[in-house]
Design a protein around this ligand. Sequence first.
Ligand SMILES: *Cc1c(COP(=O)(O)O)cnc(C)c1O
Length: 960
Amino acid sequence: MSHVTLSQLEQQQDFVRRHIGPGQAEQAEMLATIGATSLDDLIEQTVPAAIRLPQDMNLPAGTTEAQALAELKAIAGKNKIYRSFIGMGYSDVHVPNVILRNVLENPGWYTAYTPYQPEIAQGRLQALLNFQQATLDLTGMDLASASLLDEGTAAAEAMALGKRVSKNRKANAFFVADDVHPQTYDVVRTRAEMFGFEIIVGKAEDAASHDIFGALLQYPGTTGEIRDLTDIIAAVQANKGIVAVAADIMSLVLLKSPGEMGADVVLGSAQRFGVPMGYGGPHAAFFATRDDYKRSLPGRIIGVSQDTRGRPALRMALQTREQHIRREKANSNICTAQVLLANMASFYAVYHGPKGLKTIASRIHRFADIIAAALQNAGFSLAHANYFDTITVNVGDKKDAIVSASDAAMINLRTDLDGKLGISVDETTTRADVTKLLAVFGINDVNFDALDAKVSEMPASIPAELARTSEILTHEVFNKYHSETEMLRYIKSLEDKDLALNHSMISLGSCTMKLNATAEMIPVTWPEFGSLHPFAPLSQAQGYQHMIQELADWLVEITGYDHIAMQPNSGAQGEYAGLIAIRKYHESRGEGHRNICLIPSSAHGTNPASAQMIEYKVVVVNCDKNGNVDMADLKAKAEEMADNLACIMITYPSTHGVYEETVREICDIIHANGGQVYLDGANMNAQVGLTSPGYIGADVSHLNLHKTFCIPHGGGGPGMGPIGVKKHLAPFVPNHPVVKIDGPNPENGAVSAAPWGSASILPISYMYIRMMGAAGLKKATEVAILNANYIAKKLGEHFPVLYKGRNERVAHECIIDMRPLKEASGVTEMDVAKRLNDYGFHAPTMSFPVAGTLMIEPTESEAKAELDRFIEAMISIRHEIAKVEAGEWDATNNPLHNAPHTLADICDHNWDRAYDRQLAAYPVAAVARNKFWPTVNRIDDVYGDRNLVCSCPSVESYRD
Ligand SMILES: *Cc1c(COP(=O)(O)O)cnc(C)c1O
C-alpha cells in the first residue's frame, strides 16, 4: 500500500466536503444524468466564455473548522471590552440564556425564511405578532409593523410616511429636533437629500414655527432629557404636520407613551430588549402609527386571519403596500428586515413580562438617580433635571482628565458633547460598575444605601406627569411564561410550527438557502464580538477592524471591484447606497440632471423601489421570449434617453436563471450613453470563482451576505448588503457622523445607524470564505449549477422549464411553468406550493419573476438524496394534477385544493374526501418516516386584509 504523506492527510479539507452536499460519486451520477462529462464540461457549456475569469481567485487556501475558529478567536481577542456608558441608542444587555441558546443559537429559528408560506410559519408569525403587541403597548399607538432595519432607517421611513400622508402638501421641509441621536439625524439627512426635502434642525419647541410636512423628535433626548411633548406635537399637527417620535423602548416601560402625547408615528430600536450591541447590529427597529396610516406603513405587518376551518391563523397583511407588488410605487424598498432580532425582543418581553420589565427599568433608573446624586454631592451639575437612564454632566475643563481616568478604568463615557460627559445606565450595570465609574469622577467611598435614601428625598427625576399610568403587556402571552421551564417549552412549541433548513431543503429561487454552518455561527455569540458598542474608540475595536478589512479584501477579490463599503443592512439598502454613489458621481461631474434608471421587466421589486428612493425615473426594458433582456429595446431606450440616462439595474445571472450572453454588450451600451451599471448581486452564488461583476464590466453591486455568503435568513432577517464599487465610485459610498470611515468623502451621509452595519454577523461570511478558500468557493458555485441543472433535467420531463440559456442549460436556479397545467386542470401554482407542505417541503419562490411559475434554487449544499426526495415529491404532485385533469378528482375535492392537510383534518370524524387520509398526510413513503405537520389549513388572505387585526387576539378566539 502506498504511503499517504502527512501533508496529504492534512490537506483533506473536511469543511468543503461538508458544505457541498453531493459527494464525488453523486456528482458523477448527476453529471451523467444531465449529459455532461465533468463539472468543467458543464461549466463550459453553461457560462459564456467571454465572461469567464482568466485565472483563479487570489484567496487563501481553505482550512479546517478548528483552524479557522482558532484564527478568528485570536482576531476577536484584539477587541477590548470596556464597560460602556455611552448610550446613544445602544445599551449592554443580558440576553436571557434560554433565548440565547434556544433562539439565537438555534437553527430552528435562524435558518427559516421570511414567512411567505404562512401555513408552515405560524411560530415566527406568532413571535412577530407578540413583537407588534409589545410595540403597541409601549408606544401607545394603534398599529405596528414587524421590524425595520434600525432606528436611523426607521426615522427616515417616518419622514417618507410624513410626506405621503401630511395634508400640508406644499411644504417641502422636515424638522429634526436638535436632541435627536446624531446617527439618526444623519440617516434622515441622507434620505432627505435624495428626496430633495429641506431639513430644518432646531429646538423641539420651535418645530411649529416652520412650514413643514413633518417633524422628528426624540424621547428621551439624546442627552437624556425627558419632557412632555404634548404641546409641541399638537402645535405641529395644528399646521397639518406629522410628528414622529424616536423613543427608547426601555424608558417606555416607566414613561408616559408618545401615543398618549398625540404622536403620529413612534419608532426606535428594540436592541435593549435582549439583543447584544454587536458593534452596531443586527437589531430590530420598531415602528408604530395610527390606524389611519395603515396603507402608508413601511415594511411587513403580521395580521390575524383565518384558515379554511375558520380558526385564527397568522400571515403577512396588506402586502400590496410592498416592493414585491407595488415596485416603484411601494411605501419602502424593505425586503429583508430583522425578524430573528424582533423575535428575540418579543421573547424578552414574554419572559420578563410587565412586572419583570418594570423591575429592570426601575433598577436602571435608580442607578441613574444614584449616580446623579453622587455627582451632585461632589459638586458637579447636571444638564437636565429630568431623565430616565442617561445623565449629562457638566465637567468643563476637567473633561480631559476624567476621560483619561475613565480610559484607565476601562470605562467608556459619551465624550462628543462640549464641556460635558454623558453617562448611560443599562440593565447590566452593577454596584461595582457604579463604584468604578464614580471613582473616575474622583468620588470614592460610595455608600449606596445612603445615596438610595437621599434619592428618595430628591425631586423625582421622572416627574409625575411623565410617569406611565397606562398598563402594558396585559395580554396573557406576556404573563404566562416566566419560569425557565415554561419559557423553554413556549419557544419550542413555536419552533415546532415552522419549517426551517433543519427539516428539509428550502428551494426558494433568488434566496439562496444554503448551509449556515455551525462553525460559521459560533463566533457570533462570542462576547468579544457581542459586547462592543458601535461608537467605542477604534483602539478598542481592532479585532473588528481587522476582520472587516480582511473580509472586505476577500470580497474585492471575489467581486472584481476596487472597494467594498460595509454599511448597508440588507440587499435593498445596498441598492439604495449604490444608487446614491451613482447619483453623487454624476453630480460630481456636473451631470446631476441624469435621472433615468433602466430596469428590465424581470427585476426584483427592490430595484425599482430603491430607484424611487433617490428620485430616479424607472423606465422598464422588455425581456424577450427566452428571458433575456431585449437588446433592441435596450439599445433604443438607452440611445433615446442618452442625455438623461443615469444607470441600468440588471441582475446576473438574470432572475430568469440564465447567463445572458450579451451582458458585456449591455454594459457597453449603457456606458456609451453616459450611464452607470448597477449589477444586483443577489445571484452571486452563480458567479463566485467563475466570473465577477467587476470583470463583466459593471460599476457597482450589492452582495447579499445572507444569500451567497452564508448568513442565515433568520426567518426574514438579519442580513448584510455591502456594496462593491469600481474606483471612480469609491469616494461616494456612505460615511458616518460619529465614527469617521477612512476613504469615502467625509461629508457623505450614512445609510445605516451603525458605521459598519450589522458587524456582528460578518464573522459568518468571514468563516465561510476562510474555510472554503478559492478552490472550495469555486467548487460551490459549480455544484450549485450542477444541482440546478439536475433538477431542471429531472423535472423538465414532467413540467415545462420556462427559460434556458446556451446548450439548454440553466444557471443556479430554474423556473418551472405552471400556467399550462392550470389551464388544463384548474390546479394553481398556489395549490402546488401548499401541497408541497404535505410532502414536508417549503415551496419554491412563487410567481417571481413570472406570475404562475415556481422558481427553484437548490444551492450546492443539498445532497443528491435530498434533491431526489424533492423531485419525487414534485413528480408525485404532477400525477395528482393528472387525476384532476382527467376528471378522476373534481376541481375542489382533491388533495391539491385542500392542501396543506393538518392533523385536525386527518383526525376529523367527518372525513368526506375523494381520497384517503393516507394519501393526504403520507403521500410518499419518505414522508411517513419524517413527517412535518402544518399547524393550520390554508389561510384566507382576503379575509385578513378586509378585517385587519395586527395585535394579539384574545385567548378565547382560539378556543373551540
Ligand atoms: C433578495 C434579493 C434582493 C433584495 O435583498 P434583501 O437583502 O432582501 O433586501 C434584491 N434583488 C434580488 C434579485 C434578490 O434576490
